[in-house]
Ligand binder design. Sequence first.
Ligand code: AKB
Length: 327
Amino acid sequence: MGKTGKKRILVTGSLGQIGSELAFALSERYGAGNLITSDIRDDDGGKLDGSGRFVKLDVLSQESFAAVVKKEKIDVIYHLAALLSAVAEAEPQKAWLINMEGLYNALEISRMHGCSLFVPSSIGAFGPDTPLDNTPQDTVMRPHSMYGVTKVSGELLCDYYNLRYGIDTRGVRYPGIISHGTLPGGGTTDYAVEIYYKAVLDKKYVCYLDPDTSLDMMYMPDAIKAAIDLMEADEAGLKHRNAFNVTAMHFTPVEIAAEIGRHIPEFEIAFDNDPVRQRIADSWPNYMDDSAAREEWGWNPEYDLRSMTADMLKVLGEKKINGELDL
Ligand code: AKB
């Protein structure tokens, strides 16, 4: 949307892990009065209070989605409503519907109302034939999971709307996102969030991935920064659009456990493999090359495993003392 560009914003899937924090970052940056948050669920707990105006919205209803965009004179949509990898594998038909039909509606509405559109892709867009070390920006993408199929298809569709209709579509391939606000729901990388909660609550964690499974990861402040920086980047500098490899760190369950152990020496990790999530994780990169994002729009994450772990344990420790920590 360019630094001086349009700024009436709609976020879909605002009650999710990323949406609930992106909402506050966007309202701080552009003003709460310019932000509409939305989700298919009610914001019963008032989680988004103060971050903009909340509307209940099912992205599968193109009519109601378009009505919000029209009424609120939206210029930019952050379309986060989607199912994650493990739940998508459990319910592939539902995942196709929500991830693809929801995206199609977001694209059509962007075309009809001239909106810019941010759509998150994922490391899930890669598959077992992809080079898994230093995974290039442009490479083989033949995922075997339904989540991955929707992510690759989504990337292609977003590029198509840009090429065919000139819609300003942009996206990143998020790795696992770690945060202490809202828990992720049904992803393969969720272990890297749960492990911190369990370390603080019980000093032990049973991991569903094998000890040496390496995956790209990122702390939430960097995930938010990636979305906003990309949407503010000068269009002229973008050779790619949908979607950029972005990563901040990569580690295995053993390595994150060792880092937690530096703060909580009694912490113990055990393993109980979940074959569905292991198969998905094994088909995802060990670590990606994100140089295109660095070169084209200045991607530069702040947190690594050490600084993220210190922050996560500090915040979750405070929540525990205040009786606010639950998993
Ligand atoms: C998942 O594990 O499904 C997500 C992702 C990497 O896209 N966190």
